[in-house]
Design a protein around this ligand. Structure first.
Ligand code: SF4
Ligand code: SF4
Length: 376
């Protein structure tokens, strides 16, 4: 296993981290039904192969992930691994919720401290809640008491907010969505560079885009498979993310033992993509982009929709579908996961959004297409 040194605390963290948000389930329809036997095998294999960074969060698996994590890791010496969890800002309604949630999380995880603790999923809508609850100052106090060894935040907002959050405290690390697709598409490059300029190392989330980069359109997949017949498509994505010099750890939410075997092998030893492989990946990315994605930038100028449709959310689902081989079942799954009142089927084609969209996207037409695909 390849290790990186955390510049803040000096700890050695494995370059591959185990994300505990997609653990195997007994009932696929019930996220709380973690198959603990299989999940424990995943944890044990990862640990035995040098993974020492385990990432959970309060809401994962309907609040069951932290508890599983506590049980699964209890068999190992506490000093031998790094545990990360996160404050769910959307459940913080006042300053008193911060200590309440933090203490509950320590109990869930059966630990007196977190090695890495984050304000979870910071974005434009919930950052004011973190601020109103004085979350940073409260967590900083916990850091000074030794209950948090490294304090950071996971980020899902835009560049202006990132600048604001970086300036709001003395953070030790940051967690970003980094993968070769979002590098330009979601402006991940700018965010990575801003964090690097602020001296922060990055824990990477979604290196495989929630599994999306593990199944590509035929032309992109063929290019990668021709170049490396034995390598999985996911391995290209993991190697790309792990090759960024400012990366401390690459999280992968592994659901099967097979994935853990593949991902750990990619880091033992870790070999960054060669120049020729980078060029092949660039060709594959061009093939992916040729899938004619809707150019939505999630600016939300089109919102709110009077009919309640989550327009950028629906377009994202459609783009994922275009991007990953146009598998209707995949679109339906994501569509049905979206809250019912926000789905494309509620569009009444009033056209209000179309007039607001700087990308001149024919939103009502896309909503009709998405609704029809979801119904098929
Ligand atoms: S056209 Fe459809 S999506 Fe756009 S604002 Fe009207 S109802 Fe909403
Ligand atoms: S205004 Fe256009 S680009 Fe912006 S979120 Fe809406 S659809 Fe996307």
């Amino acid at each position: 296993m390849e290790y990186r040194v955390n510049r803040h605390g000096g700890e050695k963290t494995s370059l591959l981290g185990l994300g505990m948000m997609r653990l195997p389930l007994r009932d696929p329809a019930d996220p709380t039904s973690i198959d603990e036997e299989k999940a424990q095998q995943i944890v044990d294999y990862a640990y035995a192969h040098g993974v020492n960074y385990f990432d959970t969060a309060y809401p994962y698996h309907g609040r069951m992930s932290e508890k599983f994590c506590g049980r699964a890791l209890a068999r190992y010496p506490r000093q031998s691994y790094h545990l990360a969890s996160k404050l769910p800002g959307w459940l913080v309604n006042g300053a008193e919720d911060v200590p309440r949630l933090f203490e509950e999380q320590l109990q869930n995880c059966q630990t007196p401290y977190f090695d890495f603790y984050l304000c979870h999923s910071v974005h434009e809508e919930n950052w004011p809640r973190y601020q109103a609850a004085n979350a940073y100052a409260q967590l900083d106090e916990r850091r000074q008491k030794g209950q948090i060894h490294n304090l950071g935040f996971s980020f899902h907002g835009g560049v202006p907010l990132l600048k604001e959050v970086l300036a709001a405290g003395k953070w030790d690390f940051v967690q970003l969505q980094l993968n070769y697709f979002d590098w330009d598409y979601q402006d991940a490059r700018t965010k990575y560079e801003l964090c690097a300029a602020a001296g922060l190392q990055v824990v990477v989330m979604e290196p495989v885009r929630g599994g999306g980069l593990a199944t590509l359109c035929d032309s992109a997949a063929a290019l990668l498979q021709q170049a490396a017949p034995d390598a999985s498509l996911a391995r290209w994505a993991i190697r790309w993310a792990a090759g960024l010099p400012g990366v401390l750890c690459v999280l992968s939410g592994m659901s099967t033992l097979e994935q853990v075997v593949d991902n750990t092998a990619a880091m033992a030893p870790f070999i960054p993509l060669t120049t020729a492989e980078q060029a092949t990946l660039a060709d594959a990315l061009a093939a992916i982009k040729a899938q004619k994605l809707v150019p939505c930038t999630t600016c939300k100028y089109c919102m709110p929709c009077p009919a309640g449709v989550n327009i950028p959310g629906m377009l994202r689902i459609y783009n994922e579908y275009r991007l990953h081989g146009e598998i209707p079942a995949r679109l339906r799954e994501s569509y049905n996961e979206a809250p019912e009142p926000t789905r494309a089927a509620h569009c009444v084609a009033c056209g209000k959004c179309k007039a607001q969209c700087p990308q001149q996207i024919d939103i009502p037409a896309h909503m009709a297409t998405i609704a029809a695909l979801a119904k098929e």
